[in-house]
Design a protein around this ligand. Structure first.
Ligand SMILES: [Zn+2]
Length: 457
């Protein structure tokens, strides 16, 4: 048993002082005590928070984050970004995918994320490669120490009505039987802190008849496994869904599928009140990715109304234009402030500290969406912790429960000092033990792909 002492921290949804956490050798918290005087000479660490779950990642997109900002007259929107994504996807080998994912997961850990939900659709063109591409993601998680919920993606069509995929989409495709086989093999492969879930790419990429067999396959493996889907991200997608089915995307999903607490509706940007109320009633998670949604010009999910109605959410870094939980949460709150011309909108009906509630809600929602025993400092949860630098300028004036407010809204530079995953320190004093080697591999791989793209241009 290890004992860790902290000056203060977020326990459940309360800010408590003088904490002692006991962690078993398997990385699970077995005792949480507050108001404890540590033995003389004990190292007392800074404020502690539950580590954040990053519920939506496409790891390979880290390699071209920031490269879709050139305006081409008449084409600088989501769909031109997608062309850039196809370009990189076509050049991705398992080794390249592993090097890029390892760099990304290292950056996530340094930002305070302990768990990554990998929405993995880059299976490559050959069926045999699908396992190798998933293996690359698992290896990257192992290399960095992050916990993984692997979400292999079913992708079968280029648009509603089962429209045939285009050539650039070949690396994403599976027929349903192959996909079910992949789930079974991966289930045997994922162990320890890693979990398996499944994902439908979107309603436009998966014909209605493929839902039932895929869900039956994952339920065969586990009745708790998460089910994710990109949904209602773009107005054009909503219009296409209405034209094809007579229903809006979230409406269609709620009407035709047994959406419940296992489901994570990623983006859900364009929803009516009936749709977001339906999501809240079912206990599903809204998988919000504010920096990517802003980058792509998607629009704003009605988060303030949804949270007031008891809706649950978590955050993801998606395309990785930002890998920083604070920035996702700050932008989530600011989007609502700019819309409603008011402040402190995601605190829920009873008020309280905005930063504390943002962190607590997103950590719990992310944990639910990824099927991981994290997201809260509590007995029985995994010891995934973020320790803040008590000496950081942000915390000189911030006292008690205002610490998470200062962390999220004014914590620059990033005051994350240490990050623990399952009882082990993955980040100490802002550094990972293998970061130079991980960065070196990333640099070599990405420079190579960028050079080959230059030749093709
Ligand atoms: Zn996505």
């Amino acid at each position: 048993m290890q004992k860790h002492y902290f000056k203060e921290g977020l326990v459940g949804r309360e800010w408590r002082q003088d904490l002692c956490l006991t962690v078993a050798p398997d990385g699970v918290i077995t005792a949480v005590e507050a108001g404890i005087q540590p033995p003389r000479g004990t190292d007392i660490q800074g404020p502690v928070l539950p580590a954040m779950a990053n519920l939506h990642s496409h790891a390979f997109q880290r390699a071209f984050a920031g490269l879709a900002e050139l305006k081409t007259p008449g084409a600088s929107d989501f769909w031109s970004w997608r062309q850039a994504m196809y370009h990189f996807a076509a050049h991705m080998s398992p080794a390249a995918a592993e090097a890029i994912a390892a760099q990304l997961y290292l950056e996530m850990l340094k930002a305070g994320y302990s768990t990554a939900g990998e929405f993995h659709y880059l299976h490559n063109s050959h069926r045999d490669e699908a396992l190798a591409m998933s293996g690359a993601i698992i290896q990257a998680a192992e290399a960095t120490g992050i916990a993984l919920t692997h979400l292999p993606v079913l992708y079968q069509a280029s648009d509603f009505g089962g429209k045939a995929p285009v050539a650039a989409q070949q690396p994403f495709l599976h027929d349903t039987a192959d996909y079910v086989r992949l789930l079974k093999v991966l289930d045997a492969r994922l162990e320890g802190r890693h979990r398996l879930g499944m994902a439908f790419h979107s309603l436009r990429a998966v014909p209605a008849e493929s839902f039932a067999p895929a869900i039956a396959a994952i339920e065969d493996i586990s009745l708790q496994a998460p089910i994710h889907i990109h949904i209602a991200e773009q107005v054009r997608e909503v219009e296409a869904c209405l034209a094809a089915t007579g229903k809006r995307p979230v409406e269609w999903l709620l009407d035709t599928q047994a959406v419940d607490e296992r489901w994570c509706l990623v983006h859900a940007t364009h929803v009516t009140e009936a749709e977001w109320r339906g999501m809240a009633e079912r206990g599903a998670i809204a998988g919000l990715c504010p920096t990517t949604e802003a980058n792509l010009g998607d629009g704003l999910f009605p988060a303030a109304d949804y949270v007031r109605a008891g809706g649950r959410y978590g955050i993801g870094s998606d395309s990785h234009v930002s890998v920083d939980a604070r920035e996702e949460l700050r932008l989530l709150e600011y989007g609502q402030r700019l819309t409603h011309r008011a402040r402190t909108l995601l605190t829920g009906a009873d008020g309280g500290h905005t930063g504390l509630q943002l962190w607590a809600d997103a950590a719990a929602g992310g944990a639910q969406a990824l099927g991981q025993p994290v997201g809260e400092i509590a007995v029985g949860k995994r010891a995934d912790l973020v320790v803040l630098d008590a000496e950081a300028p942000a915390f000189v004036a911030a006292r008690g429960a205002a610490v998470p407010d200062a962390f999220i809204f004014a914590g620059q530079p990033n005051p994350v000092q240490h990050v623990m995953v399952a009882g082990d320190w993955a980040i100490l004093d802002g550094r990972h033990k293998d970061e130079a080697e991980i960065y070196g591999r990333y640099r070599d791989v990405v420079a190579g792909i960028a050079a080959s793209l230059g030749e093709g241009a």
